[in-house]
Design a protein. Structure first.
Length: 198
């Protein structure tokens, strides 16, 4: 671990939330480059998450977030494997952060499969109308519609969205960091977003 200073470890810990030994290892592995070490830890978190994917998650919390003087509210269920992890401050803070993200980013669903078919059809109609309005030939319209639809689905699914507190990472990256930190499988199971008048 030569060349790895305590200040570097502290900076990487603050940036990623990873443990001291993991930060030291990442910095040593990446020649003390903070950016490369951050990517190294994210990949490690993803690998850890994939290893735990099959394990049962019967514990967790339902967390809420109320914004704008009670005009917008979110409830989210986040599951983990044990009651021990579910009761930690880190886990509860994670669930609160996800609820706040949902309030701000207004996802249509957790993953692409959750986006309602009627929403997809409505978007298709809008994109088709826009392409035709621009005078695009009929044979190109379908490609344009599909491209815009793919982008819409990606942007409107919670797990693909850039995390509001750190847009450089996605919600999936943030989840994987939490999985690596707790050593347990964690999933965002469901959410409901309420806005006054909607």
């Amino acid at each position: 671990m030569a060349g790895v200073s305590a200040a570097m470890v502290k900076e990487l810990r603050e940036k990623t939330g990873a443990g001291i030994m993991d930060c030291k290892e990442a910095l040593a592995e990446c020649g003390t480059d903070i950016e490369k070490a951050t990517d190294f830890l994210r990949k490690k978190g993803l690998a850890t998450a994939q290893k735990r994917a099959g394990r049962s998650m019967s514990e967790g919390v339902v967390e809420s977030y109320i914004h704008m003087g009670g005009k917008l509210g979110v409830m989210v269920e986040v599951n983990c494997e044990t009651d021990f992890v579910a009761k930690t401050d880190d886990f509860r803070a994670f669930a609160r952060d996800i609820a706040m993200h949902i309030a701000a980013a207004c996802p249509a669903g957790i993953s692409p499969e959750d986006v309602p078919a009627e929403v997809i059809e409505k978007e298709k109609e809008i994109y088709r109308g826009q392409a035709l309005e621009m005078g695009k030939p009929e044979q190109v319209v379908d490609k344009i519609v599909q491209g815009k639809l793919d982008k819409f689905i990606k942007d409107s699914c919670l797990m693909n969205q850039g995390y509001v507190k750190n847009p450089e990472m996605s919600v999936t990256d943030y989840l994987n960091e939490m999985i690596a930190k707790t050593g347990e499988n964690i999933t965002i199971r469901r959410f409901a977003r309420f806005q006054l008048g909607d």
